[in-house]
Design a protein around this ligand. Structure first.
Ligand code: IPM
Ligand code: MN
Length: 388
């Protein structure tokens, strides 16, 4: 027993040590890319697995249409990055193969399709999540996930901390012996403050008056308690913005309850709660296929759909009927982030026509309805009409 305890202690010490280094790095890396000042913006494209390449093809048609002039002059470049497939990752036994990371680091922003994250029961080697690795390597500390449900008067923006919490040591838990397993939850002051700042800055810039902190601080005393403390401290610099707190279980259960969700506009929350709550919210919005996410850091940013690779559709030969909207919305978020908010507006306007008001072609994933390509034809025609 003593030997097992000593080994566990040593592993734990190693983990703590790595965290000291990461904190120093966070303190040092405060410079923020100003996309307006870049001569050229390189968009790296990672199509992903399953339905990823299918919906990416359509998303790229939209991107090329919206950014025609900039692509022509070379102000924008689209660079498809090969090798980030589950087959290649499994063959190399690397979640994020070195040659892929090299290419990724040469880009400014990334557009990413869904990727397989193997589970123990899958035929693939049990690789680390490529998502978490990309977020960590590029320091994409903020997952920004908008949710709009107009008929319920909901217009929320989630700021999910994207690196720490249960994710950061996700594959470094300690199996002390056959009976005892320990995983960790890590929260740093720096990590909490930077997501808080991102949330308050967004609130201020967008005229929002409320930031809601969602945790389970009644149980997770330290990690969540410190998260709240950090958010409140940063909040002192934004006196015009009111702060409130909610518990994560109640938030999941009652988010549509108008008494409960009163005042909510911007929501800031630790990583795992953010993962879960944003899925619940996306379902209320109309399904995971309708939601998209940006992963923002000081230097890089990555834009993606929040759904998975849809193996069911692929197995049933319905990949071509996958809904490309979530990834297309991610294109819009990306364009706004790099300074083309007007193109995002145009795209959103067209999406509203195609998915809410007019709905001449509908994607249900069934072959009797529109395919991803047919829907995108319709969307591009609609964009053209708005332009004219
Ligand atoms: C998400 C996804 C990822 C996460 C997975 C694929 C690692 O569910 O972006 O929400 O858990 O963060
Ligand atoms: Mn998720």
């Amino acid at each position: 027993m003593e030997k097992e305890i000593r080994e566990a202690q040593e592993k734990f010490a190693e983990l703590i040590r790595s965290e000291y280094e990461r904190i120093e790095k966070m303190k040092a890396e405060q410079e923020i890319t100003d996309f307006g000042k870049l001569e050229k913006i390189i968009v790296g494209v990672l199509p992903g697995d399953g339905i990823g390449p299918i919906i990416m093809e359509q998303a790229l048609r939209v991107l090329k249409d919206l950014m025609g002039p900039e692509l022509e002059t070379g102000k924008l470049e689209i660079r498809v990055i090969e090798g980030m497939t589950i087959e290649n990752r499994a063959a190399k036994l690397q979640s994020l193969p070195d040659e892929v990371l090299d290419e990724v680091l040469k880009c400014n922003v990334l557009l990413k399709g869904p990727m397989v994250t193997p589970r123990a029961s899958d035929p693939w080697p049990n690789l680390l999540s490529a998502n978490s690795l990309l977020r960590r390597k590029l320091e994409l500390f903020a997952a920004v996930r908008p949710i709009r449900i107009p008929e319920k008067n909901i217009d929320w923006t989630f700021f999910r901390e994207n690196i720490e919490g249960e994710y950061i040591w996700g594959n470094k838990g300690i199996q002390v012996n056959e009976d005892l397993a320990v995983d960790f939850k890590v929260q740093t002051r720096q990590g909490s403050e930077r997501i808080a700042r991102a949330a308050f800055e967004f609130a201020r810039k967008n005229g929002k008056k409320n930031v809601t902190i969602v945790t389970k601080a009644n149980i997770v005393k330290l990690a969540d308690g410190n998260f709240i403390k950090a958010v409140r401290k940063v909040g002192e610099e934004y006196p015009e913005i009111e702060i409130q707190e909610r518990l994560v279980d109640a938030m999941c259960a009652k988010m549509l309850d108008t008494e409960f969700n009163k005042g909510i506009e911007v929501i800031v929350l630790p990583n795992l709660y953010g993962d879960i709550v944003t899925d619940v919210a996306a379902e209320h919005q109309g399904g995971l296929g309708t939601a998209s996410s940006s992963n923002l850091g000081n230097r890089y940013a990555m834009f993606e759909a929040i759904h998975g690779t849809a193996p069911y559709l692929i197995e049933h030969n319905r990949g071509a009927y996958a809904d490309p909207c979530s990834l297309i919305r991610a294109v819009g978020m990306m364009l706004a982030h790099i300074g083309y908010g007007d193109r995002k507006e145009l795209l959103e306007q067209a999406l509203d026509i195609c998915t809410v008001t007019e709905r001449k072609k509908v994607v249900t994933t069934m072959p009797e309805d529109a395919s991803a390509e047919e829907f995108t034809d319709y969307l591009l025609e609609t964009i053209e009409k708005i332009r004219a």
